[in-house]
Design a protein around this ligand. Sequence first.
Ligand SMILES: Nc1ncnc2c1ncn2[C@@H]1O[C@H](COP(=O)(O)OP(=O)(O)OP(=O)(O)O)[C@@H](O)[C@H]1O
Ligand SMILES: [Mg+2]
Length: 220
Amino acid sequence: MSKTAPPKTDPTVIAIVSQKGGSGKTTLAVHLGTRAAQSKHESCIIDLDPQATAAAWSDWRGDFLPVVVTAPPARLTRTIESAKKNGVDFVVIDTPPHADAAAREAIKAADIVLIPTKPRAFDLAALEPIADLVGFAKTPAFVVLNAVPSGATVLAEEARKVAGGMGLEICPVEIGDRAAFHRSSAKGETAAEIDPSGKAAEEIEALWKWLKKTLKKQKK
Ligand SMILES: Nc1ncnc2c1ncn2[C@@H]1O[C@H](COP(=O)(O)OP(=O)(O)OP(=O)(O)O)[C@@H](O)[C@H]1O
Ligand SMILES: [Mg+2]
């Protein structure tokens, strides 16, 4: 008689979506995926974007964690299943811009959705279709203000009001406009890896802590 392996618990799944190109989806995906791996999670980034930017970041990174795999949206559920069989307990899904099939599948599979958004009028207007998708799926979702210029308190406050008006929750951690994100990603690294005591590293740490706390609350 063959022994069956004990059942594994479902991985925590974070989906990063936004209608707008360049809002910071891949940046957040690689930073959170890496932070999870450093926290002794078996972490995996699933890249649903045909541009495969997270996968390219992983190629530049070489053999270092986290693992990044590409998948078409229709294979997302199976890809998560197979990650689970391989011991993965933390999945970050990076998606292409547009509220299309990839965003829909990612939102459906996720425990929590993060929506990076620059605090600018056009970017905020583009939240509407994503707000509809998360509302329909009833997946908890949070707007993360990204690339916020320094001193832009009023801009950020207005952005919070617009997102709140669409029924979206707002993550209390804001990510500033920081060169370390751009410089590190271009080398297959993270902001904390090139500048551990910098502001960008500090913000990702705060975002990670908030994420863990929010997931814990959700499980209760
Ligand atoms: N907080 C930030 N500060 C400075 N630069 C940033 C920040 N976030 C992202 N960037 C830079 O902005 C550009 C776009 O970011 P990113 O690729 O993460 O966006 P995206 O939403 O994944 O784009 P796409 O929709 O094309 O996939 C990149 O050059 C990235 O390094
Ligand atoms: Mg991207």
